[in-house]
Design a protein around this ligand. Structure first.
Ligand code: NAD
Ligand code: DAU
Length: 345
């Protein structure tokens, strides 16, 4: 079983590779990643001696290299995690790289899959952000047929990639599946994202900056529950289908901040309300009944337990944090601007 994984050096991709190697003996993985600011081979250090995993540095926006790797590796399955993923960067730094990777990159993968009849399935890992925002005081959720309504440049580019997948299935029967997952947490997440960013702020004795009133809601899922859902989509999912993935775990940013403060024995004075993110989606909530019913998936991890384990992971992995800090320096452009720092790319 030969799996071509794009973006396998990032947060979810590296967790997925480790998870698949643990679940399947007879597997060959080719990990193709450009190693941008969020890609990090340290995320795969514990499996570097496993011969079933090979790494190639490459960009999905580079069509020639993608084609060449496809011809040589001859994958049975393809899964794409490679993306520009941070909303604040798409707002404060610009969307050009988001367009190159999240749209052109997906187009290149689709073309390569279309040209190679041996590919059984291609899973395009996407996001619930393509559906836009839900009101706080409602029971509405995102379903697979909810209309796209992206509100920030990041989400618009992910929606563009998803649209190409839909078009390639309908036009060419390219065997592609698109997944829309909610916010992930767990080990190896680049500390620009809410949970690891707040943990690092605690370690630096800095306040936790909440955008706006802090009441925005996200539907949190443990990264390994997402990985299992993706594994099922890859091996059991139906080409042309869309699957929404979520753990029914809506929490406000204020609640997440309180849990982290609690862990570090700090009171609410460590919260700071800062300028809101432009285009800030109010609430995400996923209806995942389809994947539960059709592929037999359900989240297995209990939030309180794995949330605490996640905090411990960052506390225990100081070297990983120092390495990430040395490599990139700036974690959160929104807060950097707000605190009056100079922007660095
Ligand atoms: P991440 O930023 O941690 O990792 C992205 C990886 O892609 C990095 O290793 C990076 O080097 C690589 N990459 C970027 N541009 C590339 C290019 N042009 N060519 C090759 N490699 C490139 O992101 P993540 O949080 O692991 O997200 C993975 C996927 O899951 C993304 O598609 C994202 O949209 C989606 N997603 C993420 C979440 C979340 O909460 N993190 C939720 C739902 C969906
Ligand atoms: O929903 C899935 C999406 O989740 C993924 O597609 C994205 O790749 C991923 O980045 C994530 O997007 P969010 O914008 O929801 O995640 P982020 O961690 O940036 O922010 C989560 C919430 O916390 C959001 O409401 C903004 C808020 N926030 C974030 C940071 C970093 C703060 O209030 N303060 C902060 O410092």
């Amino acid at each position: 079983m030969r799996i071509f994984v794009c973006g396998g050096a990032g947060f979810i991709g590296s967790n997925f590779i480790r998870y698949i190697l643990g679940k399947h003996k007879n597997v060959q993985i080719l990990n193709y990643d450009a190693l941008t600011y969020s890609g990090n081979l340290n995320n795969l250090k514990d499996i570097e001696k496993d011969k079933r995993h090979r790494f190639i540095k490459g960009n999905i926006a580079d069509k020639e290299t993608v084609d060449l790797v496809f011809q040589k590796f001859k994958p049975d399955y393809v899964i794409n995690f490679a993306a520009e993923t941070h909303v604040d960067r798409s707002i404060h730094i610009g969307a050009k790289e988001f367009i190159d990777t999240n749209i052109t990159g997906v187009f290149n993968i689709l073309e390569a899959v279309k040209a190679r009849s041996g590919v059984k399935k291609y899973v395009q890992v996407s996001t619930d952000e393509v559906y836009g925002s839900l009101p706080l005081n409602s029971k509405n959720t995102f379903k697979e047929d909810t209309a796209f309504a992206p509100n920030v440049p990041y989400a618009a580019t992910k929606a563009g990639g998803d649209m190409f997948c839909r078009a390639y299935y309908n036009t060419f029967k390219t065997p592609v599946i698109v997944t829309h997952c909610s916010n992930n947490y767990g080990p190896y997440q680049y500390p620009e994202k809410l949970i690891p960013f707040f943990i690092l702020r605690m370690l630096e004795n800095k306040k936790l900056p909440l955008y706006g009133d802090g009441k925005n809601v996200r539907d949190w899922i443990y990264v390994l529950d997402h990985c299992e859902a993706l594994r099922l989509c890859l091996f059991k999912g139906k080409p042309g289908e869309v699957y929404n993935i979520g753990a029914d775990n809506e929490m406000s940013n204020l609640e997440i901040a309180s849990l982290i403060l609690n862990h570090f024995n700090r009171d609410k004075s460590w919260m700071e309300f800062v300028t809101d993110r432009p285009g800030h989606d109010r609430r995400y909530a996923i209806d995942s009944r389809k994947i539960r019913k059709e592929l037999g998936w359900k989240p297995k991890h209990q939030f309180k337990k794995v949330f605490t384990e996640t905090i411990h992971w960052y506390l225990k992995n100081e070297d990983w944090i120092n390495n990430v800090r040395e490599k990139t320096g700036v974690f959160n452009p929104h807060i950097d601007l707000w605190e009056g720092h100079k922007m660095k790319k």
